[in-house]
Design a protein around this ligand. Structure first.
Ligand code: ADP
Ligand code: MG
Length: 440
């Protein structure tokens, strides 16, 4: 009203005009410096827009100091405007969802003795986030289903209520974001980062063991955790060890991790391994002779990723050689993997597999000659790790990497050494890869 009066006085608007045009205007909303004004008739909009936009803007600026733009709309268009905003929200949600693997749901998760407690706890948290166990702390060795369970919780919550703000991140991503923000020294970026992690309903942070020893990251996570937890928001954490065994983790974080519920996942027993293989068979839609599945379940014990990997190798081997999948073929296909009494050694191939999986870059690309940064970096890191973690010679490594000459390999290794000395993100990533390749 004050604004309209100001317009009237300043622009000598007659009483009649004022009553006709200005008096009926209603402010619908004020967002992002746009004042949305309701007008009940399109003809009026055209006239008002022409004649009064500037006077109103000037009045607003004089009285409030704000430089706004005006948007005149019909009441019937409010809805479409709101739907537009909703659509934007939905896409944002979908983008967040993109952090989730669609395959990792409760439906595809096989429950066995090794994981039934963790599964039940996850389901309870998914059904009432923030209300039962907070935080939920899931721990267990590599490839035992922690990430699968976490994604399942996130999917479940979003299915129940697509409006819920659910954020899944690996602690590597979290760490690198903290590092980037600190380096940039930009307080706006830092507060954006904080908004991202505090304006959510559910935070899932995977492989928390990787923030240990990184002081500023621990500090940032501590505050994020406190803010979310005290606001009753759900936090779900995974790790390779229980909190009390995370020796170098700050005590204040350790004690918070123990506030809620701690659930472990251990190695699957034979029945569970069989059930998981059968489930894969069902999901991928093929039938395989039972003796093959039994052979794999008997011999691949340590982790579920390798169990599934073994099945994939057998199927691929059969298809490529156009041979029937039977026990004999399975033994042949798996002869390099199932070597009963041998301790697992770290091979260059295994390093390439791990690097390729970590960066979502194919092994062919790592061995190939493409020169874009998304591939060159993983390739050079693979070179560096092979040299650091195995006895392979430059020349052999060159051959393994698709016939590169040994100066290329030396250059690659040197580049990563230099990066490690100067670039925190790369050092962090290389550390994580080393722990992935050799967890002991
Ligand atoms: P972690 O995060 O503990 O290293 P993942 O969650 O990545 O392990 O699991 C490794 C693989 O094993 C994934 O492909 C996952 O789908 C599968 N997996 C793990 N546990 C189960 C389970 N109980 N039922 C079905 N698949 C499983
Ligand atoms: Mg995982």
């Amino acid at each position: 009203d004050a604004i309209l009066n100001h317009v009237m006085v300043e622009h000598e608007v007659s009483k009649v005009s004022f009553d006709t045009w200005l008096q009926p205007l209603k402010v619908h909303s004020f967002e992002n410096n746009i004042v949305t004004i309701l007008v009940d008739d399109q003809m009026k909009i055209n006239y008002i827009q022409k004649k009064y936009t500037l006077p109103i803007k000037v009045a607003i600026a004089e009285l409030t100091g704000l430089d706004c733009s005006l948007d005149f709309i019909l009441p019937e268009n409010i809805k479409t405007q709101e739907t537009k905003a909703k659509d934007v929200e939905k896409t944002n949600l979908l983008l967040e969802k993109a952090n989730l693997n669609p395959r990792y749901t409760f439906d595809t998760f096989v429950v066995g003795k090794n994981n039934n407690f963790a599964h039940a706890a996850s389901l309870a948290v998914a059904e009432s986030p923030g209300e039962v166990y907070n935080p939920l702390f899931i721990y267990g060795g590599v490839g035992l289903g922690k990430t699968h369970l976490m994604h399942s919780i996130a999917h479940f919550i979003l299915d129940q209520d697509p409006e819920k703000k659910v954020l899944y991140v690996t602690s590597e991503t979290f760490t690198n974001e903290v590092i980037d923000n600190i380096r940039s020294g930009n307080s706006a970026a830092m507060s954006k980062f904080r908004d991202k992690y505090r304006n959510i309903d559910v935070l899932l942070i995977d492989d928390i063991q990787f923030i240990i020893g990184k002081e500023s990251t621990q500090e940032e996570f501590f505050h994020t955790f406190n803010d979310l937890h005290s606001a009753g928001k759900q936090v779900i954490i995974s790790s390779d060890k229980p909190p009390k065994e995370m020796i170098t983790l700050e005590d204040r974080l350790k004690s918070r991790f123990e506030w809620g519920l701690i659930a472990d996942i251990s190695s699957p027993d034979y029945e569970t391994r069989m059930a998981i293989l059968k489930k894969r068979e069902e999901l991928d839609g093929y039938t395989i002779d039972n003796s093959v599945i039994e052979y794999i379940a008997t011999n691949v014990k340590s982790n579920i990723r390798e169990l599934e990997g073994a099945l994939n190798i057998v199927v691929a081997f059969g298809n490529l050689n156009k041979r029937e999948i039977n026990l004999e073929l399975a033994k042949e296909a798996l002869k390099n993997i199932i070597s009963p009494d041998e301790k697992k050694v770290i091979t260059p191939e295994y390093i390439l597999d791990t690097v390729s999986e970590h960066f979502h870059v194919s092994k062919d690309d790592i061995k190939g000659s493409k020169r874009n940064a998304e591939i060159v970096l993983p390739r050079q890191i693979a070179m560096y790790l092979c040299r650091k973690m195995t006895q392979i010679k430059y020349k052999e490594l060159g051959t393994l990497l698709g016939g590169k000459d040994h100066s290329t390999i030396i250059h690659g290794c040197k580049t990563i050494e230099d990066e490690i000395a100067t670039n925190d993100n790369i050092r962090n990533t290389v550390d994580i890869l080393i722990k992935k390749i050799n967890p002991n």
